[in-house]
Design a protein around this ligand. Structure first.
Ligand code: PHE
Length: 334
């Protein structure tokens, strides 16, 4: 009987079958149980012997069952593991990586240059008071130079700022009598312009302002040269041309030397070998006075970077509208 049981158990391959065999050999209706029942009918002296034999046989079968059970369980685990293995030879899924927009990149580039020169970053509101956007910048109401910047008014005395220069006024008022001013102010600005290849009703500027004792035009020129060379290449030169802004006197337009050639990146360089990059100047005495500074003691300079213009010149982008359409085929090039 034991032999037969072991033989059958050896061929068992799954748990259900094993359980059936267990009850067949050791269960209530099994032959073993019948033996056990019959022991009581045996003569007394034979009882212990037969009992022992039956027990031994039963133990042997139990042991075998446990052994087979362990084997089956082990096999199940192995199968499970096999099913769950990861095929590391499969090519992975690629998730496209985003990146910063050209405008953000350019703003951060300008910020880095000026942070390196010890400037601090200041921000101001996009909805601005006429007072800060114009009046305190030496642009009183009815001043003809207001026409230089077509404005989007919200009410009689608030508008969407037309430039980042009102942050000059705000900072001057904040720092007067406390500490010298050495700031840059990046941000969005708005003009009532029709959008075309070179105009956008909303664009970006970075303003730079220094006001301290003994600040001179040569400080401005040195700062402009460093900025131009960091932005466009260390071999570049700059030249200043006289210009006009109500809030600076003298005012300059700044050109950077460029390569006269045809093709991407240099196509915007004029025949002269110079291209205009920005406006700047020495802070007008009227601006200093309006903010409470004595122009006999304090002087300053201001620079106005047009972020789009710088990006377009650097990267050879010929239509400003490309910067706003968010076409990934365009954006991902930079
Ligand atoms: N605010 C001027 C503009 O938007 C630029 C500028 C800034 C010029 C600072 C001189 C000094 O046109």
């Amino acid at each position: 009987l034991v032999k037969k049981a072991i033989e059958e158990l050896n061929h068992t391959k799954d748990m259900n079958e094993l359980m059936l065999l267990k009850s067949k050999f050791l269960g209530k209706k099994s032959e073993f149980n019948q033996f056990m029942q019959e022991i009581k009918n045996l003569p007394n002296e034979e009882k212990p012997k037969v009992g022992q034999m039956v027990n031994l046989a039963k133990n042997e079968i139990s042991q075998k069952i446990n052994e087979v059970k362990r084997q089956i369980e082990e096999e199940q685990i192995l199968n499970q593991l096999k099913k769950e293995t990861i095929d590391i030879s499969l090519p992975g899924k690629k998730f496209p990586l985003g990146k910063k927009h050209v405008i953000t990149q350019t703003i951060e580039e300008i910020e880095d240059i000026f942070i390196g020169l010890g400037y601090e970053i200041k921000e101001g509101p996009e909805q601005e008071q006429d007072l800060y956007n114009f009046e305190m910048l030496n642009l009183p109401k009815d001043h003809p130079a207001r026409d230089m910047q077509d404005s989007l008014y919200i009410s009689e005395d608030t508008l969407l700022r037309t430039h980042t220069s009102p942050v000059q006024v705000r900072t001057l008022l904040e720092y007067v009598g406390k500490k010298p001013v050495k700031i840059i102010a990046p941000g969005r600005v708005y003009r009532k312009d029709d959008d075309d290849q070179t105009h956008s009703h909303q664009f970006h500027q970075v303003e730079a302002l220094v006001v301290d004792k003994k600040t001179s035009l040569s400080d401005l020129k040195g700062t402009l040269l460093i900025a131009a060379q960091k932005l466009f290449g260390s071999e570049r030169q700059i030249r200043l041309r006289p210009s006009y802004f109500p809030f600076t006197e003298p005012s300059v337009e700044v050109d950077v030397s460029c390569y006269v050639c045809s093709g991407k990146g240099c196509s915007m360089c004029k025949e002269t070998g110079w291209i205009e990059i920005l406006g700047a100047g020495m802070v007008n005495n009227n601006v200093l006075k309006a903010a409470g500074y004595d122009p006999d003691l304090y002087q300053g300079f201001a620079i106005g970077f047009g972020v789009e213009r710088i990006a377009m010149l650097k990267l050879g982008i010929d239509d400003i509208r490309n910067l706003y359409t968010n076409d990934l085929r365009f954006n991902s090039q930079f």
